[in-house]
Write a protein that binds this ligand. Structure first.
Ligand SMILES: NCCCNCCCCCS
Ligand SMILES: [Mg+2]
Ligand SMILES: [Zn+2]
Length: 343
């Protein structure tokens, strides 16, 4: 299987993540992508390609123009405002307040985000753009005939809404990939989000549409991020009613339970008769993940990959979460090797 990777991911090297009242070393760190790449090479998974440049148009098929412009300029605005640290949102429109765009950079950061753990610094823009190009290059290869391609994206994307960043995500790589398939005439596209966390951005982007089926298995939002979306009663609305599926699980869920949800998801995908599949691949479902609470083992990712292959669809995997850096390479590449038949 081919892998697409950009060294530009390393332009996103922030020093802070607001967590537990402290500014900690971010969980979403450069070594995540480097560890996965090393495993790809160690396992001779296949050719590793750098991305092509697709520009802003395919990104703007999913994200609003004003949000894209904000991401491009927000670091400069922050520096111009004389701020001493990294750009961190700290104020949002609470209940009864107005969702209007202020002029001040603190207000703009809050308007375009939904969470405070995702710091922005110089280079974040370049890394996010490269990550979208990685996904779009994988999509082009699959549209060109590859059965499946691994888009080794960093930063991740599944928490990003059309005009919101958060959860370490800026551009929704999986959504951008699905929209690219649609724009190239693929009638129906399914997105399967197996990351531990709800793919809130992906759900929101396609919530009113019946041409893209969005499914996510994840930890109970009553207990974990993103807290305010991802419940099982969210089934889509308007034309999209019935085209969103959330499967929610409690702490300590093992693969034997989680995989029952995977079967439900696969049945719905088969019923939808998609012509392409995007898998938002987070491996923070791993038993040792520092910020999650499922109990999947490394071997389970081989089984997961095999099950996904049985759907028989042209497939793009977009790398999402996974924060046990020691294990992330084995776990992510196990999915690809399982897809290719390794037991
Ligand atoms: N105490 C950890 C809080 C983490 N909040 C953001 C999680 C984003 C996961 C992206 S896959
Ligand atoms: Mg998920
Ligand atoms: Zn996650």
């Amino acid at each position: 299987m081919k892998t697409v990777f950009s060294p530009l991911h390393a332009r996103r090297t922030v020093k802070t993540e607001l967590d537990g009242g402290l500014l900690i070393e971010p969980h979403e760190k450069p070594s995540r992508a480097e560890t996965i790449l090393a495993r790809v090479r160690n396992q001779a998974l296949g050719e590793v390609l750098e991305p092509e440049e697709f520009g802003l148009e395919p990104i703007k098929r999913v994200h609003t123009a004003d949000y894209v412009s904000f991401l491009e300029t927000c670091w400069d605005e922050w520096v111009a405002a004389g701020k001493p640290g990294e750009a961190i949102p700290a104020v949002w429109a609470g209940r009864g307040m107005r969702h209007r765009l202020p002029k001040d950079i603190d207000g703009r950061l809050g308007y375009y985000s939904f969470a405070a753990e995702t710091s922005i610094t110089e280079g974040t823009w370049d890394a996010a753009r490269a990550s979208a190009n990685v996904a779009l290059t994988a999509q082009k290869l699959v549209a060109g005939g590859e059965r499946a391609v691994f888009a080794l994206c960093r930063p991740p994307g599944h928490h990003a809404h059309a005009d919101l960043f958060g959860g370490y995500c800026f551009f929704n790589n999986a959504a951008i990939t699905a929209q690219a398939f649609r724009d190239q005439g693929y009638q129906r596209v399914a997105i399967l989000d197996v990351d531990f966390h709800h793919g809130n951005g992906t759900q929101a982007i396609f919530y009113n549409r019946s041409d893209v089926l969005t499914i996510s298995l994840h930890g109970d939002p009553d207990l974990v991020f993103p807290h305010f979306l991802g419940f099982e009663d969210e089934i889509g609305e308007g034309d999209g009613e019935g085209y969103n599926l959330n499967l929610v699980y409690p702490p300590n869920t093992p693969y034997s339970t989680w995989s029952q949800g995977l079967e439900t998801a696969c049945r719905q995908i088969e019923a939808f008769r998609p012509t392409a599949l995007v898998v938002a691949l987070g491996v923070d479902t791993f038993e040792e993940d520092p910020i999650s609470f499922f109990k999947l083992t490394s071997g389970d990712y081989l089984t997961l990959g095999k099950r996904i292959e049985q759907l028989g669809l042209p497939t793009v995997f977009t790398m999402e979460g996974g924060y046990d850096v020691e294990a992330i390479g084995v776990n992510a590449v196990n999915v690809m090797q399982g897809f290719e038949g390794k037991e």
